[in-house]
Design a protein around this ligand. Structure first.
Ligand SMILES: Nc1ncnc2c1ncn2[C@@H]1O[C@H](COP(=O)(O)OP(=O)(O)OP(=O)(O)O)[C@@H](O)[C@H]1O
Ligand SMILES: *[C@@H]1O[C@H](CO)[C@@H](O)[C@H](O)[C@H]1NC(C)=O
Ligand SMILES: *[C@@H]1O[C@H](CO)[C@@H](O)[C@H](O)[C@H]1NC(C)=O
Ligand SMILES: *[C@@H]1O[C@H](CO)[C@@H](O)[C@H](O)[C@H]1NC(C)=O
Ligand SMILES: [Mg+2]
Length: 337
């Protein structure tokens, strides 16, 4: 993006380097120059490419999120409900006492990143491409234990710097269960009930933690439900809360749970993702075809779903990789039909 901007000349380039100032001052400066014609063209191009921290670029669409969760997310009725209510409650209140902190839990491929993406798309015009979304993956960004102190100060600087630039920033921490406890503690002050830190208020920011922690316990609950003849759709948050808290609070192995994030109730919502079943994988296959612009083909979706591995061994109910790698499987079967 900045590469494109640079070609429009020096004025633009220098404003790209100081984005916040640019968004606030560029209009008056440009129009103050009097070169109205040229300037307005530059301004239009600039606005098209450049994202500002303003309501033009950041506006929550609760209808949109509701529709997306209902139509594009499969098999996650519990998560869907909690996410929508959490987002509505936070975004429609302009007097929040702390940032919103969501913690998404579930087995691999069940839609945790996907839901973060749906949230992002219904807040930021640019969706996940927004420069106000900051994603950290534990094993990619903070891989070395020995560098923990460097990471700590870096992360503090980034969170503070980004929220200073734009109060409505979103931070996604992936693989939270693989993150060093010390590093998680670093986040704590920013998600706590402080009015402000060094003159910066964090109360409009959103923190999303993703992890597989609790996934097995959630699966046990769903299995019990099935084995006693009950319907998956009747599973409630209450049924899962106990399993989730047991695996979160009692798991002494995983870094997340040692931290004061949990002791101090700084996480606003723990959101369980259920393991996906055959029918959901088929739905994912159909959705993926639509995304690729292919004609819907149920035979092909079935073929792809049958190719996944299901567990437990005896019953073969849940897809062990959820809806992951559906896209590449689809390509494979299409090419080898
Ligand atoms: N419940 C779902 N409904 C619709 N699509 C889904 C669902 N779960 C997964 N998918 C599809 O599968 C892809 C991979 O899922 P995603 O990355 O969200 O999994 P994850 O829960 O983050 O897994 P991991 O724990 O391995 O990171 C998504 O991009 C999406 O296309
Ligand atoms: C919000 O989302 C709905 C449903 O996707 C869409 O029809 C509507 O145009 C969106 N509103 C805005 C302001 O983007
Ligand atoms: C914002 O976060 C990103 C990491 O996502 C970092 O590279 C950047 O330097 C941060 N910006 C500020 C102003 O701190
Ligand atoms: C659907 O996919 C199957 C398997 O790839 C293929 O044999 C069949 O011709 C496809 N049907 C249509 C209508 O494209
Ligand atoms: Mg993920």
């Amino acid at each position: 993006m900045s590469g494109t901007c640079k070609t429009f000349g020096f004025v633009l380039t220098c404003y790209i380097l100081i984005p916040t100032v640019a968004c606030q001052l560029f209009t008056p400066v440009v129009f103050g120059m009097g070169a109205a014609g040229a300037a307005s063209i530059v301004w239009r191009v600039y606005k098209y490419y450049y994202e500002c921290c303003s309501s033009k670029w950041i506006a929550f669409n609760s209808t949109g999120l509701n529709v997306d969760l209902k139509q594009r997310l499969f098999g996650q009725h519990v998560a869907s409900r909690v996410v929508l209510n959490a987002m509505k409650g936070f975004m429609n209140n302009n007097n929040n006492k702390k940032p919103l902190v969501l913690s998404l839990h579930g087995l691999t491929g069940t839609g945790k990143n996907f839901v973060s993406q749906l949230i992002a798309e219904n807040i930021y015009k640019k969706g996940m491409d927004s420069s106000f979304i900051h994603q950290f993956v534990a094993t990619v960004h903070f891989p070395h234990k020995s560098k923990i102190n460097t990471y700590k100060s870096q992360l503090q600087r980034w969170i503070k710097g980004n929220v200073t630039n734009c109060p409505q920033s979103m931070f996604i921490f992936d693989e939270m269960d693989k993150m060093h406890p010390g590093l998680i503690d670093t986040i704590k002050p920013y998600v706590d009930y402080y009015k402000e830190i060094d003159g910066v208020s964090f109360n409009q920011a959103i923190f999303i933690f993703l992890s597989n922690a609790g996934g097995e316990m959630i699966t046990e609950v769903v299995l019990d439900f099935r084995r006693s003849g009950k319907d998956r759709a009747d599973i409630t948050l209450k049924d899962l809360e106990k399993a989730l808290s047991l695996s979160i609070f009692n798991n002494k192995e995983s870094g997340f749970w040692h931290t004061s994030l949990i002791d101090k109730n700084l996480v606003d919502f723990f959101i369980p993702f259920l393991p996906l079943e055959y029918q959901h994988v088929v739905q994912c296959g159909m959705a993926e075809m639509a995304t690729k612009g292919l004609k819907p083909n149920h035979t092909l979706a079935d073929l792809v779903a049958k190719d996944m591995i299901y567990f437990p061994k005896s019953e073969k109910i849940f897809s062990s990789k959820g809806c992951k790698s559906i896209s590449s499987k689809l390509d494979f079967y299409r090419d080898h039909a």
